[in-house]
Each structure stands twice: as C-alpha cells, then as structure tokens.
Design a protein around this ligand. Structure first.
Ligand code: 48H
Length: 254
C-alpha cells in the first residue's frame, strides 16, 4: 500500500467536518473536561443522550493531572468509591474511607469511559458566550478556537444549539459568569476558603439548574454558591457529575 498525504488530510477534514455539522444541534453540551464534566457527559451518553464535551485545552482531564501539588495521586472518599469501581479505576485504601488513585489513570479511564459511551469531544474550543432568545433559556453556546482566543485575533465565533448546558468549567464557573456579566439573573458568589468536609458534603446541594437551561457541576457548582474548596479530594467531583447527569436527564424526560 502506498500512502497518500492528501488522502490522510481528506480523511481528517471529512470526518470532523461531518461530526461538527452533526453537533450543531445536540441535547447537551458539557463545557469543561475535568472530572465532573467527564463523569456527567459519560452518564448522559450512556442513556443515549446526544452529548458533546467542549474543552478549551488540548488535553481532557482538567485539574486532575496534577494530583496534589504535582504529586500525581488523588484521594476519593468512601461515598464515591462505587464510581471508581464503575469506571474501573484502581485504588488503594490508605486509611478506612480514604482511597488513593493515580491521577493519570483516573483521567485516562474516565476519558475512555466517555469515549465508549459515545461522548463527542470538541477540544481546543473555547466557549466564549451563551445564546439566549426570547424564552430566556440558555439555548446554545458561542464557540471559537482556543488559539484565536489566546492570540487575541478578531475572528467572529460560531454557535451551536443545545437543549441543556452543563457548566463544568471548574473554579472560574465561566459559563455562569458569562450570564451574570451580561445581566442575567444569576449571581456567582465565588468559591470560599478550604474546608474539605464542608465543601464535599455540600457539593450535591449546589449541583443544580442555576439558570433556565444551565446546570452547574463540580467546582463550578461550589463557586456559584460561594461554597468552600476541598483540595485534592475528588469524590465530590465525580458524585456531582453524576448528580448533574441525573438532573439533566430528568429535564430531558429521559
Ligand atoms: C471550554 C473551558 C472553559 C471554556 C474552562 O477545573 P476542572 O478540573 O473542573 P472540575 O470542577 O471538574 O474539577 C475541579 C478539580 O479539578 C479541582 O480543581 C479541585 C477539586 N480543586 C479543589 C481545590 O481546592 O483547588 O476542569 C474544568 C475544565 C478545564 O479543563 C478547563 O480548561 C475547561 O474546564 N474550561 N472549556 N470553554 N470557556 N473554561
């Protein structure tokens, strides 16, 4: 077989062009590919819901890669151990109820689960705004290539439509902040100080629809609520992703 460079280019362009066209309209857009977004997107896609994960960086995984202070280990508590098992993530019990996992394995296995479930990934794309029409709901996202954003080039964006949006953008709660900045009735209080017990015990209460069509999960949920941070314990991120998926599926009647 003789390789043809143009065929390789055509394969990439045709495939992704078709995928992009297909995802101009979707059920759910999850913004942010950290642990909460990955868990949420996977569980939605497993229900047959058409779900895209939009991530501004090259890599999926958000803040998990670095573990705690660049020691590539994370901790998951008892309440979320069943999710480690569900995603086939290996762990060691450090003390009763504290399970240590390798951050790289955790990212890899969550990402693999998302692929297997049928989540479509759009990496290197930044969500820069939301679309809201007369019904007052978030009905779509305004997107652009991250390199355009980084370089400050004046290039107009494109828009995708989605029935529900999940803000899984972590500490900055970027999507919620866009709505707040433009005068939507949504207040982002900003995350509070470190208190792992409180942060982890409250995160499911904060995982909710904060604006018509917009759900928050993970660190973004705590940031919107003015809730504490928790450091490198990740059970709450996985459980919050799961809760967000349940709420979104319910909203979609699935
Ligand atoms: C597209 C975007 C945009 C945008 C951001 O930070 P993450 O890992 O988020 P979570 O909430 O799933 O997990 C939080 C966890 O990693 C963490 O930081 C913890 C537990 N901290 C506790 C503490 O005390 O410090 O991932 C968010 C993702 C990132 O990959 C961003 O690149 C991406 O969202 N993102 N993607 N468009 N506008 N903004």
């Amino acid at each position: 077989m003789t390789l043809n460079e143009v065929t390789i280019s055509r394969a990439i362009l045709e495939e992704q062009h078709q995928t992009f066209l297909d995802y101009l309209e979707m059920d759910v857009a999850v913004v942010g590919g950290g642990p909460s977004g990955l868990a949420c997107a996977t569980l939605l896609a497993e229900k047959g819901i058409k779900c895209a994960l939009i991530e501004k960086k090259l890599s999926i995984g958000g803040g998990m890669w670095g573990g705690g202070m660049m020691f590539p280990r994370i901790v998951v508590q008892e309440e979320a151990r069943r999710l480690l098992d569900r995603f086939g993530i290996t762990y060691r019990e450090f003390e009763p109820g504290y399970y240590v996992t390798k951050s790289v394995e955790t990212v890899a296995k969550l990402t693999a689960a998302a692929c297997d479930a049928g989540v479509e990934f759009f990496n290197l794309i930044t969500v820069e705004d939301v679309m809201i029409h007369g019904d007052g709901r978030v009905g779509g996202l305004v997107i652009n290539w991250t390199p355009v954003d980084i370089s400050g080039l004046h290039v107009d964006p494109l828009t995708v439509a989605c029935t529900c949006t999940v803000d899984a953008t972590g500490h900055d709660a970027m999507v919620a902040r866009m709505i707040e900045r433009k005068g939507g009735s949504l207040q982002v209080k900003g995350e509070s100080f470190m208190w792992a017990e409180r942060a982890e015990s409250q995160i499911l209460n904060h995982t909710r629809e904060v604006f018509p069509g917009l759900f928050v999960t993970g660190m973004a949920a705590n940031a919107v609520a003015g809730e504490c941070r928790m450091g490198p314990i990740f059970g709450g991120m996985l459980l919050s992703g799961e809760r967000a998926a349940e709420l979104v599926a319910e909203r979609l009647g699935r």
